[in-house]
Design a protein around this ligand. Structure first.
Ligand code: IPE
Ligand code: MG
Length: 224
């Protein structure tokens, strides 16, 4: 989700106004996903690099995350959405961490849409934390070095229970990966749109899905 700041700046408004509009879009996209046939949705809300922004913006974003969880809890439960989080949550405020754990527990049995939010997430940080976890297992004698392989590493990632993405969409015209699901997106399709995130509609998502659905994904093999 990129372009919230520019969306606001273009209108002469504070960046946080763009983030609030962005959160509204998330609500709307989450609601639209099941009807579009999307069962797994992961959004990149805050990166391990985003701490470098002003205190005002960082605190404002944290407040938006907390409010989103508080306001949406009832509806997500009613609509069969399972919400969970990836990223290193240990650096977040205890109150936010508690809200995150609460909604994860409350929506755990839901299956209509698996909705994941990446907060304080970075692909490299996630891989480093996974490497640490595996190293600890080896040091404790619970894993042999020869058993460290791609499957074992996948299971040590924050996304252990989440399938690899088929498609990664980045808004706002930037054509970089920026540390998002580095390992998991090995075979993903990438789509870049000029649209700023606060302007990204379910209709645009539907048209991207239509376009991508016809592509032939071979995972390195030859077409049948
Ligand atoms: C993306 O919008 C949202 C978050 C990182 C939370 P930006 O804040 O990156 O918006 P631009 O790139 O400055 O327009
Ligand atoms: Mg940006």
């Amino acid at each position: 989700m990129d372009g919230n700041g520019r969306w606001a700046t273009q209108r002469g408004w504070p960046r946080l106004v763009g983030h609030r509009r962005g959160a509204e879009r998330v609500r709307q996209i989450v609601r639209a996903c099941p009807d579009l046939g999307v069962r797994w949705l992961t959004v990149y809300a805050f990166s391990t690099e985003n701490w470098k922004r002003s205190t005002e913006e960082v605190l404002g974003l944290m407040k938006i995350f907390a409010r989103y969880i508080e306001r949406e809890a009832g509806r997500l439960s009613a609509e069969g959405v399972r919400m969970r989080f990836i990223g290193d949550r240990t650096r977040l405020e205890p109150r936010l961490q508690a809200l995150m754990a609460g909604i994860e527990a409350r929506t755990m049995a839901n299956t209509r849409l698996n909705f994941t939010v990446a907060i304080n997430y970075g692909g490299r940080d996630e891989l480093a934390r996974a490497a640490q976890a595996l190293a600890r297992k080896v040091a404790e004698g619970r894993l042999s070095p020869d058993e460290v392989n791609a499957d074992e590493l996948s299971r040590a990632l924050d996304t252990a229970d989440i399938p690899d993405p088929d498609l990664v969409i980045r808004t706002s015209g930037e054509t970089r990966v920026s540390n998002f699901l580095l390992w998991q997106a090995a075979y993903a399709e990438y789509e870049f749109t000029q649209t700023l995130w606060p302007d990204f509609t379910p209709e645009e998502l539907a048209s991207i899905l239509d376009r991508v659905a016809v592509r032939d994904r071979r995972f390195g093999a030859v077409s049948a």
